[in-house]
Design a protein around this ligand. Sequence first.
Ligand SMILES: [Zn+2]
Length: 285
Amino acid sequence: MTQKITNALTFDVEDYFQVAALAEAVQYDDWPSMEYRVEANTDRILCLLDEAQTKATFFTLGWVAERSSALVKRIVAQGHEIASHGYSHQLIYNQTPDVFREETRKSKEILEDITGQAVTGYRAASYSITHQSRWALDILCEEGFTWDSSIFPVHHDRYGMPGTPRWPHRLKTDNGHELAEFPLSTLKLPGYTLPIAGGGYFRLFPYWFSQWGLGSINRKGQPFVFYLHPWEVDPGQPRLDVKWFSRFRHYNNLDVCEARLQKLLSQFQFTTMTQVLRNRGVLDN
Ligand SMILES: [Zn+2]
């Protein structure tokens, strides 16, 4: 029954030390000196996808693409989609519009130079397009993006636009541009909207709960978007010294994540985000 709907499978290609939850332990200037693990971890994901004969969208950080152009080429060679995850993984609502525009343009150019293809999809670092940084949507349109998956319609300490639409839709920006938006998937419970799209939630909840929650979206006739990061299938990553809550968020259940992903790939149908948006008629062919 859940096989009928095709969902969007997405990976945010960044390394463990670039995550907002660990920012208290690693500064941007420290990044070049950290052990670099994103290539090996992304290759493991590419293997899993090859075995499952599944295509996905890889939102790739410009900083990573600059160092790993061969990896970006391998992703494309396997038939997956490349989209932008910005350049420096700084939270959008902490940036000025000028800095955001500059980084967005830079990361798009880096990815397009490597792939030789137009890059038209975007996901903000830590879903940091919020009510406060809605201006970023206009800049995305002005810089040539046609679709976005940055909005999490939940309450959260770092992100979220509670009350916004939960399904793929055409979004009108403040300056009148239009963008196809695929909000991160949520589950509507009495009085509460629960994030269920992947990442830390996928590692926190028991597998059966994610399966049930994601399946319930498909039973409504809607696709869900699922996301993971390459570092989430890497239990051997160096442990950074951060406060207990950040530590829990980042390191919880890393050792079971890869097996869960394999199970998910066998139980649901997935493809790239562009394909799902086209299937739903919110993005032109
Ligand atoms: Zn990210």
